[in-house]
Design a protein around this ligand. Structure first.
Ligand SMILES: [Zn+2]
Length: 107
C-alpha cells in the first residue's frame, strides 16, 4: 500500500474546527459557548458525538451543534418545510404495505 500524501492525511480535529468556523463565519467564542450549553451533545438527539457539526439557521446565525447522524435529517426538514408532512405520510403508506402492491397502485 502506498504511503498517504500530505493532503490525504487526516486533518486534526482542532484544525478541522478552525476551518469550519472560518468557512461558516462563526466566532470561536460562539461555538465554545454553544458546546458548553449543549454539554457536548447533539442539539437534536442528545448523543455525545466525538464530532459536532455547525448548524446554521437561514439567517446565518449559529442554530446549534448537531451530530453526523442528525445532520441529513435536519437538512431534509429544512429543505422540505411544509412538504415534510406529505413525505412522512407517503413513507408511512409505503412501509405499511407488506408487498409491492403499493407501487402498483401509486405509479
Ligand atoms: Zn444527533
Amino acid at each position: 500500500m502506498a504511503a498517504r500524501t500530505q493532503k490525504q492525511r487526516a486533518v486534526p480535529a482542532k484544525a478541522r474546527l478552525g476551518r469550519a468556523l472560518k468557512r461558516y463565519g462563526v466566532p470561536r467564542e460562539d461555538y465554545l459557548q454553544r458546546q458548553e450549553t449543549q454539554a457536548g451533545r447533539c442539539a437534536v438527539c442528545k448523543f455525545r458525538a466525538p464530532i459536532l457539526y455547525i448548524d446554521l439557521a437561514i439567517d446565518g446565525n449559529l442554530r446549534g451543534l448537531i451530530c453526523g447522524g442528525c445532520r441529513p435529517y435536519v437538512a431534509t426538514v429544512v429543505a422540505l418545510g411544509d412538504g415534510l408532512d406529505d413525505l412522512v405520510a407517503t413513507i408511512r403508506a409505503y412501509i405499511a404495505v407488506p408487498d409491492d402492491s403499493y407501487i402498483d397502485r401509486n405509479l
